[in-house]
Ligand binder design. Structure first.
Ligand code: ADP
Ligand code: MG
Length: 476
């Protein structure tokens, strides 16, 4: 047998079942945050782990709590708190995948948006691991539908974002209900002072593991463009998008207002763009992400807070409408591209009000940054490429027992569209989204409206522009 490398999972005291799960996932090497945090986590210590989004923090705590889990003891042994339903679902899925070879591990997700009663019934049947949002977990504790007396591990995931969202008091109330003797793990993409302060209150001599967020210049190329005085920033952004033609891009704005204005300007000029900000309702956020991930929108315009924790693969490029206010935010932004070894690009607009912030970037890069003039407009055809796909929303989902195969069947049945024209299908509780090639969208819509799913007709409509997202309220 060959010698084990330090970043080989097999060098850790993990069970055969977990190693088999990792092999099934094709996780060959530990990521840096896993390599640094897993030894103290597996030794039972409290650990604060900080590393950028997408660096594998879920598996770090997931393996830790699965190693401690005794599946024969049918009681709740771990609680993972997450800021949003979307992140809670991502965490549940990852843990389920890590535990695929362990057998009989029951994981429940408890978030708002699902009837309380159903959750209470599921809890009555027992579970080992709970993943949830603070608000709903508190509701269950208050109504005594959740028994955490045997809890061994508490995880605060995306702790910075939970604090940003005002969950601090809720977290502290939940922690008060937990056994004092437990392992507490806290993960965060950033490390502001508030994290330190909550850690001193809920953790015991935590070990701090920080992985510096450096991106190597080979995987992300950064370019800076000077915005002439009085130039139209939105027009400059459109120019960069037209010149560099990313097939998918994230545009970062410093304010919610810019997000709306930039999205409106892009859409008005024929770009397939959608806005994402922190105060969208969860269902609108889900819808926007589905449309971006299935290829119905090429550009997502977001604030830093809204984009935190997004797990989007294969982003071509990141655009900074303004340079971020601090170094950590800048690193996070550009880190969204060039993930998992693929090459990415980051383009930043530098106006007079951004010049001061360039110093931050220079310090990060350890070298001076010289912004270049904006490129000339390309000759000839400059119309932005349309999105390849379009999304149809169907007013029925899991609750109506709709499955992807039903939708595919309805679309491709007699007189329908070709199977190759159908893209990703996402099914939520009460609704489903199907991506179809844009040129087949009308025909697909007609077919769905005239046909039946599970023996019943359902409403279906084509999603266009941002108009479907109601903003201004926050979902819990
Ligand atoms: P974070 O919580 O740090 O933002 P995640 O835990 O969501 O990151 O992981 C990001 C992605 O990396 C996920 O798709 C996950 O499946 C993948 N991943 C995690 N650990 C590994 C690994 N050791 N090898 C390969 N992929 C990994
Ligand atoms: Mg995470």
């Amino acid at each position: 047998m060959s010698e084990r490398d330090a970043d080989d999972f097999a060098s850790l005291p993990l069970s055969e079942a977990l190693l088999a799960g990792l092999a099934a996932l094709d996780y060959q090497r530990m990521t840096p945050v896993q390599e640094k945090s897993l030894p103290p986590i597996l030794a039972g210590r409290d650990v604060i782990g900080q590393s950028k989004t997408g660096s594998g923090k879920t598996a770090a705590f997931g393996l830790g709590l699965l190693m401690r889990l005794d599946a024969a003891e049918f009681c709740i042994q771990s609680l993972i708190l997450c800021p949003t339903r979307e992140l809670a679902n991502q965490v549940s899925n990852e843990i389920r995948r890590l535990a695929s070879q362990v057998g009989n591990v029951k994981i429940l997700t408890l978030c708002g948006g699902t009837p309380f009663r159903h959750q209470a019934d599921s809890l009555a049947h027992g579970a080992h691991i709970i993943v949830g949002t603070p608000g709903r977990i508190e509701d269950h504790l208050r109504k005594k539908t959740l028994d955490l007396d045997h809890l061994a591990v508490l995880v605060l995931d995306e702790a910075d974002r939970m604090l940003d969202m005002g969950f601090q008091d809720s977290l502290e109330r939940i922690v008060k209900e937990l056994p004092a003797e437990r392992q507490t793990l806290l993960f965060s993409a950033t490390y502001p002072a508030e994290i330190q302060s909550i850690a001193t209150r809920v953790m015991q001599q935590p070990e701090l593991v920080r992985v510096a967020a450096t991106h190597d210049a080979e995987t992300i190329s950064q370019q800076f463009f000077t915005l002439p005085p009085d130039a139209d920033r939105a027009a400059a952004l459109r120019l960069l998008l037209t010149v560099f033609k990313p097939s998918s891009a994230l545009v970062f704005c410093n304010t919610r207002r810019d997000t709306d204005e930039v999205t409106a300007s892009l859409s008005g000029h024929g770009f397939a763009a959608l806005a994402l900000h922190g105060d969208m309702l969860q269902r609108d956020r889900d819808q926007t992400l589905v449309r971006f991930a299935n290829g119905s929108a090429r550009i997502l315009v977001a604030t830093d807070v809204a984009a935190r924790g997004l797990d989007i693969d294969s982003l071509d490029a990141v655009f900074n409408y303004h340079i971020a206010n601090d170094a950590e935010a800048h690193l996070h932004r550009i880190g969204r591209t060039g993930r998992a070894g693929s090459k990415g690009s980051a383009y930043s607009l530098v106006g007079s009000e951004d010049v001061r912030k360039l110093a931050i970037v220079e310090e990060l890069l350890g070298q001076p940054v010289t912004p270049q003039p904006l490129p000339p407009p390309p000759q000839g055809q400059t119309k932005p490429p349309d999105a390849v796909m379009a999304t149809i929303l169907i007013d029925a989902g899991k609750k109506q027992k709709i499955r992807a195969g039903d939708i595919l069947g309805a679309l491709t049945g007699e007189g329908g569209i070709a199977g190759g024209d159908v893209g990703k299908i996402d099914i939520f509780d009460q609704r489903a989204f199907v991506a179809v090639r844009s040129d087949a969208a009308r025909a697909a819509l007609k077919k769905l409206r005239e046909g039946k799913l599970k023996g019943r007709s359902h409403r279906a409509r084509l999603l266009q522009g941002q108009s479907d997202a109601r903003v201004g309220q926050r979902g819990r």
